[in-house]
Design a protein around this ligand. Structure first.
Ligand SMILES: *[C@@H]1O[C@H](CO)[C@@H](O)[C@H](O)[C@H]1NC(C)=O
Ligand SMILES: *[C@@H]1O[C@H](CO)[C@@H](O)[C@H](O)[C@H]1NC(C)=O
Length: 233
């Protein structure tokens, strides 16, 4: 009995290190920009989607989105949700409010099969200090690019500490893809914390249609980006 338990413990340790090894940033964390479509995979055991339930969990309160393959119609954003043929959850026109964790759970005859498959969704969103869509030359504008994540996804540390430890970076690039830095005299770039990076600049006449892009990278690979296009008046 004691021997069995030791083996059991060892098995659990190996399994949990495998799980943490594979549930790193690539698998269980999905990055998307607001207004795009995203597909959240269910690492399912069963390919029968009528056994699949998707639960949305944020700030420790959860809502069922899909119940045994059937979409809940009383949810505000139900029109933007659909169940893929592989039981994945498809969200169209993502908003910054969609961040959080999504749990895929499968049942057979009322009994859960396997473990929960959890996907953390991180949403990149850009907002402008100007409420106008057209901005006149000579005025200053600040663009804030924020990565929205549920604190549960980085478990106790701050968002900034989490992205640093995972090798995730936020930055602004110009049309040519060149990273804007504080040494560019026309831009002020600052990272005030909370996973935000801001770009402040005074618009010039020639900026009409100019694009600035905010990117999030993981180990130097671009995960998603948001492009802001200047419309001057
Ligand atoms: C998600 O749903 C949209 C709208 O129904 C569809 O156009 C798109 O192809 C779907 N994407 C995936 C990955 O299933
Ligand atoms: C996406 O959502 C925004 C508001 O959040 C809306 O203005 C826009 O029309 C939507 N786009 C589509 C394709 O539904």
């Amino acid at each position: 009995m004691a021997d069995k338990c030791h083996l059991c413990l060892l098995g659990l340790i190996i399994l949990s290190s495998l799980l943490t090894g594979t549930s790193g940033v690539d698998d269980a964390h999905v990055f998307i920009s607001s207004s795009k479509n995203v597909r959240l995979p269910c690492n399912n055991h069963l390919h029968v989607c009528k056994s699949t339930t998707w639960i949305y969990d944020r700030h420790s309160s959860s809502v069922e989105l899909i119940n045994l393959g059937i979409k809940k119609k009383d949810i505000e954003r139900h029109e933007r949700l659909s169940l893929g043929s592989d039981c994945s959850l498809n969200i169209t026109n993502v908003t910054k409010e969609d961040y959080g964790s999504y749990i895929c759970r499968q049942y057979v005859n009322g009994q859960q099969q396997g473990t929960d498959a959890r996907v953390f969704l991180h949403v990149l969103h850009v907002s402008s200090s100007s409420s106008q869509t057209e901005i006149s030359a000579g005025s200053s504008v600040t663009l804030s690019c924020q990565l929205y994540s549920d604190s549960e996804s980085y478990d106790g540390v701050s968002c900034d500490d989490w992205i640093r430890s995972e090798g995730i970076q936020l930055f602004w690039v110009n049309q040519a893809g060149v990273k804007l830095t504080i040494s560019d005299s026309r831009y002020q770039i600052s990272a005030p914390g909370l996973c935000i990076i801001t770009l402040t600049t005074t618009l010039l006449n020639e900026d009409d249609n100019r694009e600035w892009r905010c990117e999030v990278t993981h180990r130097n690979q671009v995960k998603t980006s948001v492009t802001y296009t200047v419309k001057s008046s």
